[in-house]
Ligand binder design. Structure first.
Ligand SMILES: Nc1ncnc2c1ncn2[C@@H]1O[C@H](COP(=O)(O)OP(=O)(O)OP(=O)(O)O)[C@@H](O)[C@H]1O
Length: 287
């Protein structure tokens, strides 16, 4: 039997005259970890919010296993989205937040949630309003990991977390993924941190999908060539150049495909995910 899949088909979202998404189509399969990468304002949150019905698309359709997700509580219950913005009333304690989430998500694992709270040293009796930014994020991460949903969406999951907690989160996520084979989407700017984690990448920019596919395919589908400007320009003739940068007399071009007949004097390198992102979007992801 094939894995469950969320499909977003030709999603357009307009705010007034501005387009937040311009015909976005993506597939998210259960049992895979996706990195949703894009610069500020690229449309990442809008896409996740449309899939989960927090925002409605201007046009286009989202489905889960072929069923329309629009106002479909049963299907939506199979997705848990941790959002950057606070979604629980701040007056609640973490314990109350656990109980409320468990009421909505039948597969919620309270024991697991409390075991995670212990690992992060989060006191379940504390009110959410009394938590630091980092611990508020921790509380949301725990609710997401313990939700038991088939698909877990994380929007900037490590916001405000210190290095130890970030590391702990990534380890717990991998463990949970291995146990449950859920589908995971991580929307983040911290590309280097999640590079080894994400099997699939969706890069969006200005509301459009620039690249989507297996991380290794995306990494091997392009290369950088660096050297004297005249040599680089000559080499790039009749090739698909995705990005070109000049520093004085030296040029660096990012090309699609694999290198061939490279003349002497040019250096070839394979960019990592962060560099691919920069090359495609023309901007450095935040560190
Ligand atoms: N409620 C809204 N009203 C008007 N414009 C909006 C609204 N929400 C989002 N936008 C616009 O839609 C575009 C996409 O925003 P979105 O929040 O999806 O980007 P993002 O990739 O998640 O960005 P970030 O990484 O900064 O959170 C941006 O231009 C944003 O200003």
């Amino acid at each position: 039997m094939s894995n469950s899949v969320i499909k977003a088909d030709n999603i357009i979202k307009k705010y007034g005259r501005n387009y937040a998404l311009v015909g976005v189509s993506v597939e998210i399969e259960k049992g895979r970890i996706y990195g949703l990468l894009g610069r500020n304002g690229a449309g990442k949150s809008t896409l996740m919010n449309i899939i989960t019905n927090r925002v409605f698309a201007t046009s286009g359709r989202c489905t889960l296993d072929g069923e329309d997700l629009l106002e479909n509580d049963k299907a939506l219950n199979r997705i848990y989205a941790m959002s950057e913005s606070v979604t629980m009333p701040a007056g609640l304690t973490f314990k109350q937040a656990v109980n409320i989430t468990a009421d909505f998500y039948g597969g919620f694992d309270k024991d697991y949630a409390y075991s995670l709270a212990e690992k992060f040293k989060l006191d379940p009796k504390k009110r959410l309003s009394a938590l630091s930014t980092g611990y508020l994020t921790v509380s949301k991460l725990i609710l997401t990991l313990a939700s038991g949903a088939d698909f877990l969406f994380f929007d900037e999951p490590v916001l405000g977390l210190d290095a130890n907690h970030r590391d702990l989160f990534y380890r717990l996520l991998v463990e949970r993924f291995a146990e449950t084979q859920c589908g995971v989407v991580i929307s983040t700017h911290l590309i280097e941190e999640c590079e080894n984690l994400v099997e699939d990448v969706i890069i969006i920019d200005k509301g459009k999908v620039l690249a989507a596919g297996k991380t290794e395919d995306i990494l091997t589908d392009g290369y950088s060539v660096t050297g004297a400007k005249s040599l680089v320009c000559a080499y790039c003739q009749n090739k698909e150049v995705l990005c070109m940068k000049n520093i004085g007399t030296i040029s660096s071009a990012y090309l699609k495909g694999t290198p061939e007949n490279v003349p002497e004097g040019l250096e070839i390198s394979r960019p990592d995910l962060q560099q691919v992102f920069i090359n495609l979007t023309g901007e450095e992801g935040e560190q």
